[in-house]
Design a binder for this molecule. Structure first.
Ligand code: ZN
Ligand code: ZN
Length: 174
């Protein structure tokens, strides 16, 4: 177990290094300066397995003492999207979330409309269906990042959907 986790981490860092060299080469090719700030944004998003919005990234970097502006974070995310290094996802908030995409399999996000819980689902069947649909319409499937809005019913030690009445707090919430 520990070994496979270690291996997984190694894989991730390999992909991160590859993605970073693609980012640098793409900036060079398109005439963008490869600034430290841009690399800092890149590394922050590639170090995370979460879906982050621009503000979260900005706040995280500020906490780490980076001197960076919000505008630079936004601009860098646009660049990363342009170079196919991040996906934009709509989690049902008013703003866009981002996730790294290089070395990450296409997946589906299932989002709870009540409590905002997000899970990622990888499915080869889904891949096949989308491939077929694209082909049928004269396209070749590229990458995808899908969102489905649903209601979670799961109740675990760590998670309880926000709207599920919790006996002890029910009266105080109403
Ligand atoms: Zn995702
Ligand atoms: Zn929920």
């Amino acid at each position: 177990m520990a070994l496979s986790k270690k291996k997984a981490q190694k894989e991730i860092s390999k992909h991160t290094l590859q993605a970073e060299s693609i980012f640098k080469a793409s900036m060079k090719e398109e005439g963008y300066r490869c600034t430290r700030e841009r690399l800092v944004v890149f590394r922050e998003i590639y170090a995370s397995n979460n879906h982050l919005d621009a503000d979260e990234i900005f706040v995280r970097l500020k906490k780490k003492g980076a001197s960076i502006s919000r505008a630079t974070v936004y601009h860098t995310l646009d660049l990363l999207f342009k170079f196919h290094l991040v996906n934009k996802i709509d989690l049902g908030h008013k703003h866009t979330h981002y996730e790294k995409s290089y070395g990450v399999d296409n997946h589906l996000h299932i989002i709870c409309e009540q409590c905002d819980r997000v899970i990622e689902v990888h499915s080869s069947e889904l891949n096949e269906i989308l491939e077929k649909l694209c082909k049928k319409n004269g396209f070749t499937l590229g990458s995808f990042s899908l969102q489905v809005f649903a209601e979670c019913r799961e109740e675990t030690e760590h998670h309880r959907c926000k709207l599920k009445p919790r006996d002890s707090t029910r009266t105080s919430e109403r």
